[in-house]
Design a protein around this ligand. Structure first.
Ligand SMILES: N=CN[C@@H](CCC(=O)O)C(=O)O
Ligand SMILES: [Zn+2]
Length: 400
C-alpha cells in the first residue's frame, strides 16, 4: 500500500546532502520511504495525507536512556537544587526500588515511558539496564527492555552495589564479566560502563568492555561526566560506537575523538551530549560546539532516568543545544536524528533510521510549525503535531 504525504512546509531530510526541501512530497510504501521529490511530480498513490504546511522531520533517535526503573528521586533532585553535588551513589536508591517492583509493574512502567517518548516524536529508542545490578535483576531488565525498545544496552557496570549487597568491586566486576554478561547476552546489542570516580576505574572499565567485546556486543561508555578522566580515551581505544556525557574534555580528548574519524573505511566514536542531564545536575554543559568544530560527529540524547535527567523530551534537548550550547537549529536537529542513528550504527542500509532517504524506515515527525526553527524559537511549547513510525501513525498525544 503506497501513501502520499503532501502539503509539507519544509522537509528536513537529514540525508547525505543534508537537504531541507520546500514544496516536497514523500511516498511511503508500507514501513519504508519509497519516493521523495517535488510535490508537482509526485506519483499517484493508494491514499494520501495533507499535513497543511507543517514541517516534516525524521523521528528523533534517542540513543541514550535508562527507562527500566521504579521509584522516585525528587528529594535528591531538590537537595541538588539546594546546592548538593550529584554523586553516582544515588543509583543505589533506584536499584532498591526497581528490584522490589514485580515484572508486570516494571514492564508497564517502561511501556508507558516509551509511549510518552513516541508521542513527542521519538521513533527510535535505546535503553539501558543498570538498576538491577545482580544477575537476576539485570536479566529481567534486559528482557523487559528488549520487548519495548529498538536497542538495548547492558549496563551492569553502572555502580558497584556494595551498599546494597556488600559485594567488593573486584568480585562485582568478575560477576559482570562472567555470569551476568552471559545471562543478558541474548537480549542486548550493546554494553556500557560508567567510567567515573565513584563508579568504575579505567582498569575495571577496560575489563568489562573487553569481556563485552569478546561476547560480540558493541561498546558504549559513560565518560568524563563528573570530572576529567580516562573515559573518552578508553572509548576510542576500544572502538566504542559512542562516549556519552563528555562534560569535562581536554584538548587531547577532543583530538582523540576527531582522529577516530580519520579512516574513511570505518566509523569512529560519536560524542553523545545530554543537555537535559547537564541542566538537572548543574554541570558545565558538554562542549558540543567545540566538538563539532573539531570535526567530531555529535549525537544529542535525553538520558531519561530518575537520577540526573527525568525527561524524554528530545525537543527540549534540541532547544537547549541551540540556546545554550550554541548549535544552529539544523545542527541540533541533525544530532538528535542522524547523530543518534550514527551512535547506534543504524544510519545506513535498508531500514536505516535518522534520515528521510528512499529505502529507510518511514519514521516521520510532523511539527505543529512550518519550520524546524520553531523548535528553539518556541522552547517548551508542544510542537509535535503527529508521528509516524515504520509507516504507521503513532497514537498521540500521550501524557506521562
Ligand atoms: N551517569 C550515570 N548514569 C546515569 C545516572 C544514573 C542515576 O543517577 O540514576 C546518567 O547517565 O546520568
Ligand atoms: Zn546515562
Amino acid at each position: 500500500m503506497s501513501h502520499l504525504i503532501t502539503g509539507i512546509g519544509e522537509l528536513v531530510t537529514q540525508d547525505d546532502d543534508d537537504r531541507v526541501l520546500p514544496d516536497a512530497a514523500l511516498v511511503l510504501d508500507g514501513p519504508t520511504i519509497a519516493w521523495i521529490g517535488p510535490a508537482s511530480s509526485a506519483p499517484a498513490c493508494d491514499s494520501a495525507t495533507d499535513v497543511g504546511g507543517r514541517a516534516v522531520l525524521p523521528g528523533w533517535v534517542d540513543s541514550h536512556s535508562h527507562l527500566v526503573f521504579d521509584g522516585d528521586r525528587s528529594a535528591e533532585f531538590a537537595a541538588r537544587m539546594a546546592g548538593q553535588a550529584y554523586a553516582a551513589g544515588g543509583i543505589a536508591v533506584t536499584v532498591g526500588a526497581t528490584r522490589t517492583a514485580d515484572d508486570e509493574r516494571l514492564r508497564q512502567l517502561v511501556r508507558q515511558r516509551v509511549a510518552v517518548a513516541m508521542s513527542q516524536g521519538t521513533t527510535t529508542l535505546e535503553t539501558k539496564t543498570g538498576y538491577g545490578l545482580d544477575v537476576e535483576h539485570e536479566l529481567r531488565s534486559a528482557r523487559i527492555a528488549a520487548g519495548e525498545v529498538d536497542e538495548v544496552t547492558f549496563l551492569g557496570a553502572h555502580l558497584v552495589p556494595s551498599a546494597v549487597d556488600g559485594i567488593t568491586a573486584d568480585d562485582y566486576v568478575r560477576l559482570v564479566c562472567g555470569p551476568m554478561l552471559e545471562a543478558v547476552r541474548p537480549h542486548v546489542q550493546w554494553a556500557d560502563v560508567f567510567c567515573e570516580r565513584g563508579a568504575f576505574t579505567e582498569e575495571q572499565s577496560r575489563e568489562v568492555l573487553l569481556a563485552a567485546r569478546r561476547a560480540g556486543l558493541g561498546l558504549r561508555v559513560h565518560g568524563n561526566q563528573l570530572g576529567p578522566g580516562p573515559g573518552v580515551r578508553l572509548a576510542v581505544e576500544l572502538g566504542a560506537a559512542s562516549v556519552d556525557h563528555v562534560n569535562f574534555l581536554d584538548d587531547d580528548d577532543v583530538d582523540v575523538l576527531a582522529a577516530s574519524w580519520s579512516d574513511p573505511s570505518r566509523d569512529g566514536t560519536v560524542a553523545t551530549v545530554l543537555p537535559a542531564c547537564d541542566l538537572s545536575t548543574r554541570a558545565p554543559l558538554a562542549p558540543a560546539r567545540r566538538l563539532l568544530d573539531a570535526g567530531v560527529p555529535v549525537a544529542l540524547a535525553s538520558n531519561c532516568n530518575p537520577g540526573t535527567s527525568y525527561t524524554s523530551s528530545m525537543a527540549f534537548c534540541v532547544a537547549t543545544a541551540v540556546l545554550q550550547m550554541h548549535l544552529t537549529v539544523a545542527e541540533a536537529v541533525r544530532a538528535a536524528t542522524w547523530g543518534g542513528a550514527l551512535a547506534l550504527g543504524r544510519h545506513t542500509g535498508p531500514g536505516a533510521v535518522g534520515s528521510l532517504t528512499v529505502g529507510h524506515r518511514a519514521d516521520l515527525h510532523v511539527l505543529e510549525a512550518p519550520s524546524m526553527t520553531h523548535l528553539a524559537y518556541r522552547p517548551g511549547m508542544p510542537l509535535t503535531h503527529s508521528v509516524w513510525r515504520a509507516g504507521q501513525p503513532v497514537p498521540s498525544p500521550i501524557r506521562g
